[in-house]
Write a protein that binds this ligand. Sequence first.
Ligand code: ADP
Ligand code: MG
Length: 259
Amino acid sequence: RGIDFKGISEIELTQEGPTRVQPIATFKDAGLHPAMLKNVQLAGYDVPTPIQRYCLPAIHLGYDVIGIAQTGSGKTAAFLIPILNKLMGKAKKLAAPRPNPATFVEGVSPRVRAEPLVVIVSPTRELAVQIFNEARKFCYRTMLRPCVVYGGGGFREQEEQLQKGCDVLIATPGRLIHFINNPQTLTLRRVRYMVIDEADEMLMDDWKDDLTTIMSGGEQEEGNINYMLFSATFPKGARDLARTHLAETHVRLRVGRAG
Ligand code: ADP
Ligand code: MG
């Protein structure tokens, strides 16, 4: 792919937080569910990238995480793998009752409202679809069903997707707010993990108020949600969001440009 992950040395990764995260050397060290390890192999990921080496154990240990690393450094899998892995064994118990998408019959099967366990907010349709495609790979042969909604796409089609059941929701902020305002279609009451991806870009595009609304977690207690914030840079607006919503004991990981 023309990306030299091995070129990023460990010394260039700085971490701050209540603990020293022990990085993993290989995906086999990450304590992954066998189905997830298989999906990682199927994705063709042989070695974890530097941000992944620290993020997987940090999220596994239950910390909120700020991950700052340049574009192309593998941030998507750095949060998807550990979050989905955490939920895999519990999906059946945690997820809302819903029709089986495999046997869903249009016009016959009942629709449900989406009660996702994971919400990932992304600035653009293209990035949201990329994350969705990655999520599909890691959800393969698990109980978890990913969905994507974004501005510009048809409301009706997206609503139908949500109403077939959704465990992992990837969304652009405006469209997410639209569906949050339609509580028969979507509720955040079961959310366990909320990821703000490319936070710097969304703040530049003036999504701050919407991000604040989204991160305040809707009907549910904020304390029940693990927050993750990923970004290429970490401007003041992103620091403000992190300070307001992340647990005080969060772990901050930064690749490159130390100090
Ligand atoms: P970022 O979000 O940091 O910009 P991405 O998550 O989009 O980076 O990853 C960039 C590319 O690297 C994607 O094509 C992704 O599939 C690939 N990739 C991620 N992690 C690995 C890995 N451990 N091994 C090989 N390729 C990877
Ligand atoms: Mg990314």
